[in-house]
Design a protein around this ligand. Sequence first.
Ligand SMILES: Cc1cc2nc3c(=O)[nH]c(=O)nc-3n(C[C@H](O)[C@H](O)[C@H](O)COP(=O)(O)OP(=O)(O)OC[C@H]3O[C@@H](n4cnc5c(N)ncnc54)[C@H](O)[C@@H]3O)c2cc1C
Length: 427
Amino acid sequence: MANAIKDIQNTIIIGGGPAAVLAALRLHRSNSISPVLYEIRPKPTTLGGAIGIPANGLRLLNQLGLYEECVAKSALTSKLVLHALNGCVMGEMDMADWSEKQTGFGYLRIRRTDLMDVLLAAAERENIPIHFGKVLTAIEEKDGRVLVQFADGTTDSADFLLGCDGIHSSVRKLYVDPDVTPEYTGIANMFSLIPAGHDLTTASESGPIANLNATLTSDGLFAISPTTPASDLLYWFFSREVPLPASDHGRDGWEATGKTEVDRCKTTLLQLLGEEKSEWVDMLRQLVQRTETVKFYPIYKLPTGRPWFRGRCLIIGDAAHAMPPHASQGVSMALEDVFLLSTLLKSEHLALDQGLAAYVTKRKLRTDAMLKKAERNGTVRKQTSPWRVRANELAISGGLWLYKTTGLERLGIGQRDLAYDVETEKF
Ligand SMILES: Cc1cc2nc3c(=O)[nH]c(=O)nc-3n(C[C@H](O)[C@H](O)[C@H](O)COP(=O)(O)OP(=O)(O)OC[C@H]3O[C@@H](n4cnc5c(N)ncnc54)[C@H](O)[C@@H]3O)c2cc1C
């Protein structure tokens, strides 16, 4: 029975995504804790687009010895090029040059499936058990143990339980905070991953495909990024306002909306590009025309100020603080959670409830700040008039020019939170 933090010896982890596998690896190696994972899906998912990971997360992936493996599957590039709808370049900025100087790590973009391949291979090397197809039905605590039940009739128990089961977390719903519901942000993403043919990769000598490229439109933000070291696989997304389905707030309503949006997406994008003739716009047109499958996902977030633990159950990652992806912090926040938890679990003097409360206080400061940043970045995705787009383009272009010429670039404005090192935190 573990009433002190230091007595925890084993943990059940619900989920099999990044937060779950990262937690298992870290706690196994650094805290000598035996984890067992239970994932709801019957096998690793092939869903998902590409995920950005900045320096605060890369530093921690490196600590886990997984940085090089991720780099080998991803595009390491932090330059953002902003193109006007008429094709001219409005400005460029490096989103991670300052943080790279501070930490030694830049910014990478990797397919979620490639990231999961790296993580699952590492878990397999360490013989960490992952059970797939497990539907959690109940959680209870008895005599200092957490007991879980699954729909197939199986059960398990441990000193501790980590809920790493994403934004629609069952651990949260069944036990930690049943009253909270994720909130729709009003923005949905449509995206696709497509091979870059020779014509696309050589489309411009300024290298549109080697960097993150974005174009503001009156309907939302259109962006393209490479996701592989050779830039031979491109990730494009169109992020725009989509109203909550009025007739049905459940999955069916979204399925119908998603289908309509996806059907409309290519036509809308081609219309937004209009008749403009430029190297950049021609390349966008080709990219859209060549796309066969477009995926749709509405972006939800969790309200802040809610409980993250109850008894010996703690939720981390998206289960606790899902936020829009516009600050590229989903995986990095999960990594920071995992490393701070690992530090906490080494504490010699704290009782379990005291320690978990201290952990939550520290993490909320950070995740609340990142949520605000993501929401600020989300504003350019809102519907607006063509003249407002032009005004935004000019404002951003002027801002980028000022940022460079006045030396703000050297002060790390906008990048300071990427140099944060969660391992400096103490309990
Ligand atoms: C299919 C999928 C695709 C995604 N694609 C993108 C993307 O393209 N870009 C981006 O920025 N972010 C994406 N995300 C979100 C991103 O992965 C997370 O923000 C981030 O990695 C934090 O990871 P997490 O492990 O906390 O949550 P998630 O990545 O959501 O992982 C949660 C895991 O728990 C599992 N799970 C859910 N419910 C249960 C349950 N009741 N019992 C057991 N297991 C359960 C899920 O199947 C999943 O494997 C995606 C998430 C998912 C699930």
